[in-house]
Design a protein around this ligand. Sequence first.
Ligand code: SF4
Ligand code: SF4
Length: 325
Amino acid sequence: MKYQCCDYLLHEIVFDIFEVKPCCEASMNKESIKLIEKFNGIEFNIEEYLNKRQELLNSFKQGKIPSACKNCPLIEDKEWDEKEIYINRIIVANTPKCSCNCIYCVYTYNNPSNKEYFNKLKPYDIKPILLSLRNQNLIKNNFMLIVGGGECTEFSKGELEWLIYFTSIMKGKIQLLSSGIKYSESISKILKAGEAELIISPDSGTKKTYEKVKKVKAYNNVWNNIAKYIKAVNPMKSSVKIKYIIIPQINDSITEVKSFIKKCKQVHCNDIHIDIEHFWFKDNKDKPIPRRIKELVKLFKKEKAIKISYSAETEYWFKNEEELK
Ligand code: SF4
Ligand code: SF4
């Protein structure tokens, strides 16, 4: 049956601090869609999750797009294969603790004083939840486990290692998002021996801009750690992506991006990911793309020896433009 829906609702699950969601695409819309609200992580009821998923799916089938999904650019109009219920992307984002302090961080954007609260918040235990999904045969082989923010190198002892172990015994791939401030031997090991992608986002090519964006003094440390991780990579199976989140008026100068590209080359990075700051994007996504952002994308694209990838926001904005082609 052909209808408007998205792959995320069918096959992704996001474990956030207080809720379970089908996607992380909050920057596309003002409100976010939920599968389980007020989630405390103590009891994950698979039946409740599957029922809510089905309820949302039925709305899509009837052409009643939930308000949180209205105008989402990730909606596609096509035949959806629903025969098998399975998850192929799991996002673990239940631990907000992080010693970085990015100006765009979702935890502190509206209220910087939240930092202490989130740093002290005790996360729920994700392990029994993942095991119960596995026991119900809901996780597909080759799934991707994405370990999102806070900061995975600051998880309590053994937590990150357990997620790496779980992914490898399930024959999945792991994607780790890190500030890069703290070096992790476990991350280096999985980059060497497993299937992993590490994403670090310095968002700058100079110390001055790094400190403006991150509000911590760790510029040299981060680039040194990036260099160590890149040295550890087995390029047949793993990669390190260095991310540049374009933040208008903060890091969108040509000279900053040129310095960033230079730093990337110094550490032998061949994988850059471009994103646009999500709060700014939300307010501006229906306006024409600013000339400066087009210029920056062109600058990145000139680097033929470096693989350039784009966030969903960037792709959405540039979908009819030549710059991304
Ligand atoms: S339509 Fe968009 S917002 Fe709604 S579930 Fe899919 S990806 Fe998420
Ligand atoms: S690294 Fe992530 S979790 Fe940490 S402050 Fe930055 S955006 Fe927030």
